[in-house]
Design a protein around this ligand. Sequence first.
Ligand SMILES: Cc1cc2nc3c(=O)[nH]c(=O)nc-3n(C[C@H](O)[C@H](O)[C@H](O)COP(=O)(O)OP(=O)(O)OC[C@H]3O[C@@H](n4cnc5c(N)ncnc54)[C@H](O)[C@@H]3O)c2cc1C
Length: 390
Amino acid sequence: MTTTPRPLDLLDLDGLHSEEELAIRGVVRRVVDDHVRPNVAEWYERGQVPVRDLAKELAKVGLLGMHLEGYGCAGASAVAYGLACLELEAGDSGVRSLVSVQGSLAMFAIWKYGSEEQKDEWLPRMASGDAIGCFGLTEPDHGSDPGSMSTRARRDGDDWVLSGGKMWITNAPVADVAVVWARADEGVVGFAVPLNTPGVSTREVHHKLSLRASCTGQIFLDDVRLPDSARLPLARGLKAPLSCLTEARYGIVWGAIGAGRDSLHAALDYAGAREQFGRPISGFQLTQAKLADAAVELQKGYLLALHLGRLADAGKLRPEQVSVGKLNNVREALAIARSCRTILGANGISAEYPVMRHAANLETVLTYEGTSEIHQLVIGQALTGVSAFS
Ligand SMILES: Cc1cc2nc3c(=O)[nH]c(=O)nc-3n(C[C@H](O)[C@H](O)[C@H](O)COP(=O)(O)OP(=O)(O)OC[C@H]3O[C@@H](n4cnc5c(N)ncnc54)[C@H](O)[C@@H]3O)c2cc1C
């Protein structure tokens, strides 16, 4: 079993976990050490990540669809899944995104809303990393307000015809199946769309300055004809994709702490070794204030994530509670990464250290799965009973 480096566990939080949870964390930490850390800076600089190879490695230890039951999935607890997200994002937010999109968005949508045939067809292959999934909700003109989506699904005899397009879709250019959400006469409906279906095409989004160790793309749907068996039969209305987002946001609550922890770790190491004015910069009070503030926020964020995880395992987690976690932990992780970056001085902007990469990644994490403003509005609605956005 691996333990958290002592300065990062000021409050002895490891003691809040079972042996099994810590063992799972140790396995994920080793996978990240072996397969992510040695390569991620190069993936990031090239803006290319070997999604399929990486997915196979992550699948070997049961990380794809880890919190789902049956169909080749590991059936782990919410807390164990959260710890996995934390360790993955300590490697890179893009790697955690691969796992979140595969398991919490694409697989969860099929697991929760699909037919038995769809589950049998896709879930075992997705759990083993043989099939890659993506989740198409956002469109070029509809992001925070997916209810206004333009993508249409119309009936044509026994078939459906999809037209429209999706934007900013993680893994779309390399995926085998896309869960696509579209507006039909009866409201929002979802489909499991094989990406080799005639009329479907994808294009990679280039020039990203954030989440570069992740593949992002567009999906074009040009009169795509699908049998009714491709529709997710149990998904009715916008609440279906929103429930998938709640799953993925929960993983982000933990993941962000991983990016923050790795940033603090790098800053502590650097500050202990770097000397200015004849002494290690860790001895300066201003540096210690930054380190102390970062450590305090990390511990608080961790406790929040763990509390939400225990609620999830008790079947009591509500969406607005996930919003509290996502808003706080991503915002604080970003502040930690930026502050730690300053401790590394000029080296802080180099890809030889992980800190600037985490800070840049967290700009995406702040925006996707509901922007920080949308989470403020969700919390505002829970407090006041008044929706400011619908
Ligand atoms: C790298 C990356 C990967 C992604 N992967 C996926 C994916 O796999 N699948 C998917 O479907 N989507 C994905 N997204 C899209 C992401 O979920 C959206 O970018 C996000 O929902 C915000 O939408 P938008 O970019 O259109 O911003 P907009 O909705 O245009 O928002 C712009 C700004 O306006 C603010 N705003 C909007 N409405 C309100 C309001 N009512 N009150 C106050 N402020 C408001 C927002 O908070 C934000 O600050 C990804 C995005 C990125 C960057």
